[in-house]
Design a protein around this ligand. Sequence first.
Ligand code: XIL
Length: 354
Amino acid sequence: MSVLTSPASSPSLWRTFAQRFQVGAAVGGRSPDSLGSGERELCVRHFDVLTPENCMKPGPVHPERGRPDFSASDALVEFAERHGQGVVGHCLSWHQQCPDWLWPAGIDRQSALAQLSEHIHAVAGHYRGRLQGWDVVNEAVADDGEFLRATPALRAIGPDHVLRAFELAREADPNAELYYNDYNIEQPAKRQRTLRLLRELLAAGARVDGVGIQGHWILDQVPFGDIRAAIAEYRALGLKVMITELDVDVVDRPDCGADISVQRAYAPAADLYRDGLPDAVAARQAEQYAELFRIFGEPGAVSRVTFWGLHDGMSWLNTWPGKRTNHPLLFDRACRPKAAFAAVLDSIASPVRR
Ligand code: XIL
């Protein structure tokens, strides 16, 4: 039976790529246990590592100082453990989805460091020994001009806020891998700034295990050459490289990287694919996904490829940067594999079967 029509009998993504890299998905909502049965099956069959889409971020997990709320994140970790999946924590320090108490205006450096330590020890300490890794710092590099992004952490602590977060994460969970994660860091200028940050961290003795290229790309604008070059340059620092939030947006969006503070109103007429993705567009998306996976599949290139969502209906790109109907992933709203799924499988000459 065709892989295009049968979700249950389609080859498993993670098994197919097992000898090259892990294949993961971000899972949102309260708990994977509350997913529909088709979604749950898809989650377990195709992905061997999960990233919580929101529930481990500083705001959701630690809304009040000293009173973390692990209800959603515990449920996700328990689900993953029951199904033999790994978990990547996302994320310990970020300027978005951040509780008010963590970086209040006017806080001095010592107090800010103490609070960052409290936060990281509370959350990474809670999961000590259970996660395969943490996105320790998310999006600390500036989009243009400056070196580091002007965030509350930079203001309160200074440029070493990134280094301090890595040191604290290492203390809190010595066995978790520690990653720096960001968007557009395959592109030359931001890549140079990110390489500088990573070199400085390594020179300062930080343990950094890997770098996550988010991978929120746009159909017909996927920067294949930059992706290939970026993987090689990050690998040359001795780091693992991961694609951590992959999607291929089929509805054009302004050039805003993946900055979640950008909002845009889409006119109803711009909601082009409300009634479904035309075959011709699905075919272009499939070819571009296949090209991505040919790059990822090169020996030693990446250690993990994580999709930002399980299927098109669950993608954040239906609401960011504005409301529209998107189709950015490998599975459609009914959890059926799309043309892109088959193309991704075909990108590897001889799938590994276990
Ligand atoms: C997004 C989630 O998918 C949304 O549900 C939420 O409303 C905003 O954040 N880069 C990141 C992710 O590192 O954490 C973001 O996730 C998408 C951009």
